[in-house]
Design a protein around this ligand. Sequence first.
Ligand SMILES: [Mg+2]
Length: 412
Amino acid sequence: MDRRAFLKSGLVLTGLAGAARFGKTSGPSPARIARIELFPVLYPVAGYFKFFTGPGGRTGRPAVIIKMTADDGAVGWGQSVPLSTWSDETWEGAVSALRVYFAPALIGLDADDFAVAHDALDKAVAGGFSTGLPITRAGLDIALHDLAGRRRGIPLARLWGLPEGGRLTLSWTVNVKAVGDAEAVIAEGRKRGYAHFNIKVGPDPEFDVGLARIVRKAAPRGFLWADANGGYDPETALRAAPRLADAGVDVLESPLRPNRIAGYQALKKQGALPILMDEGVVSPADLEEFIRLGMLDGIAAKPARCGGLVSDKRQIEICREHGLMWLGSGLTDPDISLAASLALYGAFGLVKPAALNGPQFLAADVLKTPLRIENGIAHVPTGPGLGIDIDEDKVVDLIKRSGGDKIGVQYT
Ligand SMILES: [Mg+2]
């Protein structure tokens, strides 16, 4: 089947209002969202990472690539990156929610009005404790930004009135099943030019302290960031934090599940390590409440977790207003979602190493020209919108390689 026939086969959602004309990027004259297409893909992975095993032993990094077309023919790309081992949003669920609820809610809306778009998404799927299906809808937010930037011919940073371009130092992830495996993983990072490391910890402090010591010894001057992904209980976290600090850890992220409010308060009060939150900080309101409750010293920023760039950008601003730390992290983002994170962190001048480990763990891309990442340094793209160009043939190849057509046709 050729590409055109494949795309018309019913795999792709077409919430269609008017024909889209594909042509040159237009100027900032008004435009409406005319068409949204969904491409479910599973990026092949390299190396062990605890989050990559899916149902039935399936391996890979699930994503939904989103192509948003305005009625002036301009196109923006986004990407939703659900990971059922990280939160309760699944690959299949994301396709379904985008297709049935979110995408139709955006068709016909002003392509430049992010507030109206997010209001429509709020109404399409109501929130629970916080924003509904944030990882799923982040892909649409990213596509809106790319579209707006491309229609003006400017990168996202300029859309925000912030400095464009720049370079971000990356952190190498050390996630091992046995402490004895750590040295080989560190060596691989060093070989690729990385000087800073983040380690996955919890639930066993003995294991974690041993791992931290090995990494600290290998990188005496590197930034050492420990992320427990909510893996400790409060008592264990209070015992682990001072020991991790002694072992050379610089920050402790997500020691507890986010509903352990008293536990977070106790850890912050203990003061053994700066306490960052990741999981559970979804909307700016969540962050404001958690700051008020004295639960954290900062956040691991992550557009995918927050429903996209509008929310995450505001959260970085809130951290700055309160003198709190913000670090750049990710969800092992593939190329499109990664470009959005680079644009955001670059615009805010992130200095600390970013735990963006897509380049470490993912073995495919859908770009005409790969993102420039050399010796542990990511160069923030400077082209219009996200600054990347999608190779649609690569997208289709990846759908076929990864079984994305199977979950796509499930909902036609
Ligand atoms: Mg994290």
